[in-house]
Design a protein. Structure first.
Length: 228
């Protein structure tokens, strides 16, 4: 399951991201409503955790904006406010659920399970490109020639490529999406993980390859006619 976490308190965001990842969610974390809108418009998520009190664009405005664009991803609103009117406003604006700070991690996880349960049943958990499949629930990448359970970072990176085949993804985008919006990770770390994934694809005798596009980034391309 892939979650977008929108929380401007960076220590809280870091803690929530760690809890979610321990519970096998893949997490993108951003810190303002403007980025929240951008990420919801340009990526697919199983759920969004959205704080109301956000810089640049507040949570309610971000919520209304994506709903007007037809984005129906399940959204849990977070706020320090507990007034009934605030809850009603959030729900009337298109939120699926509402959680008032402070809250327990167990409650947040339970609400996420409820929100994503129906989607999990109705949507396949398998992404397939060429002869390679990626299971979004087990983190397993497989072909008829075998399978590997990917690490969290390998999985997040491979999911980006498989959801966007032939699309060039820059090193900076990979760092931002996999390691976090404010990460100081060096570019060569991305190359290391690309190398890991390439070796696994070769072992699976995959008919897809992660191609380097000079000065642009990487893309997942299908090998034509068995060529290299």
């Amino acid at each position: 399951m892939k979650i977008l976490l929108v929380e401007d308190e960076k220590e809280l965001s870091k803690a929530l991201k760690a809890i979610l990842e321990i519970n096998r969610y893949s997490v993108d974390a951003v810190y303002d409503g403007e980025d929240a809108i951008y990420y919801m418009e340009n990526s697919e998520y199983d759920a969004v955790i959205l704080d109301i009190m956000m810089p640049k664009v507040d949570g309610i405005t971000a919520l209304k904006t994506v709903r007007e664009k037809g984005i129906d991803v399940p959204i849990i609103m977070l706020t320090a406010k507990s007034e009934v009117d605030d809850k009603v406003l959030g729900l009337d604006s298109g939120a699926n659920d509402y959680l008032t700070k402070p809250f327990s991690a167990k409650e947040l996880l339970a609400r996420l399970r409820v929100l994503t349960r129906e989607k999990s049943v109705s949507n396949t958990s398998i992404i397939t490109v060429g002869n390679v499949s990626l299971d979004t629930t087990t983190f397993e990448m497989s072909s008829l020639n075998g399978k590997f359970r990917l690490t969290n970072k390998e999985y997040q990176m491979m999911e980006i490529f498989m959801r966007n085949p032939k699309h060039i993804v820059s090193t900076e985008q990979l760092i931002e999406k996999v390691w976090g919006y404010d990460s100081d990770m060096e570019n060569n770390v991305v190359w290391v993980y690309i190398s890991y994934l390439r070796k696994k694809l070769i072992s699976l005798k995959a008919d897809v390859v992660i191609k380097a596009n000079r000065n642009l980034g990487y893309s997942l391309e299908q090998i034509e006619n068995g060529g290299k």
